[in-house]
Design a protein around this ligand. Structure first.
Ligand SMILES: Nc1nc2c(ncn2[C@@H]2O[C@H](COP(=O)(O)OP(=O)(O)OP(=O)(O)O)[C@@H](O)[C@H]2O)c(=O)[nH]1
Ligand SMILES: [Mg+2]
Length: 195
């Protein structure tokens, strides 16, 4: 599918980021929603981004260069109370600062676990990305864990609670069954290839 996928580096300090030479596709969301899994599903590879059932697994910003033309950026999760205090404090600032840097972020992907009930922290995220004025899309992941009727109900609950705009691109995905992945991939690629 993709000829070349290179792991570039894990970044703990923003000064270690590679120069913004390529467009970036950013995977953002709370711990355990499936950010790293979605990167693997997008690439149709099993073990490019490391995944774990332990929330708070990804602790650095991980960059993957695809076909020498764009970066996939795997961000650390946030909002997981059991992580060591020091890391909790560090993740949001690392994420926030990265997102406010003058980089070439083409698509910001906000990922949610569709089983969950949206809360204050999710609202804060929406407010933050609105403030950033970057192009973003929403992915509701883990749809395989819900009955078909429940998927629609949960989706609407998120849309209402987070006051998501009607023209926002929304995708329903499962990294397990791969449902919705192709659609998401094609959409992302269309945005990267635009210029
Ligand atoms: N059933 C199901 N499980 C999933 C899906 N996507 C991810 N998972 C599981 O959810 C857990 C977390 O996945 P990760 O991809 O590591 O999640 P993450 O958002 O990168 O997590 P952090 O790096 O800790 O922030 C793993 O056990 C995955 O196998 C999905 O679509 N369906
Ligand atoms: Mg991860």
């Amino acid at each position: 599918m993709f000829k070349k996928v290179q792991f570039v580096k894990s970044v703990y300090n923003l000064k270690d980021l590679p120069p913004p030479d390529f467009p970036e596709i950013v995977f953002l969301g709370r711990s355990n929603v499936g950010k790293s899994s979605l990167i693997n599903a997008f690439l149709n590879r099993k073990k490019v981004a490391k995944i774990s059932s332990t929330p708070g697994f990804t602790k650095s910003i991980n960059l993957f260069l695809v076909n020498s033309s764009f970066y996939l950026v795997d961000l650390p999760g946030y909002g997981f109370a059991k992580a060591p205090q020091k890391l909790i404090q560090r993740w949001p600032s690392l994420i926030e600062e990265y997102l406010t840097l003058p980089r070439n972020i083409k698509v910001l992907i906000l990922i949610f676990d569709l089983r969950r009930i949206p809360d204050e922290l999710d609202l804060t995220l929406i407010k933050f990305v609105n403030y950033l004025k970057k192009f973003y899309i929403v992915v509701f992941n883990k749809i395989d864990t819900l009955a078909t009727s429940k998927i629609e109900t949960q989706k609407n609950k998120f849309i209402e609670t987070l006051k998501l705009p009607p023209d926002l691109p929304i995708f329903l995905t499962s990294c397990k069954t791969k449902e919705g992945i192709k659609k998401l991939r094609n959409f992302i690629l269309s945005k990267v290839e635009k210029d």
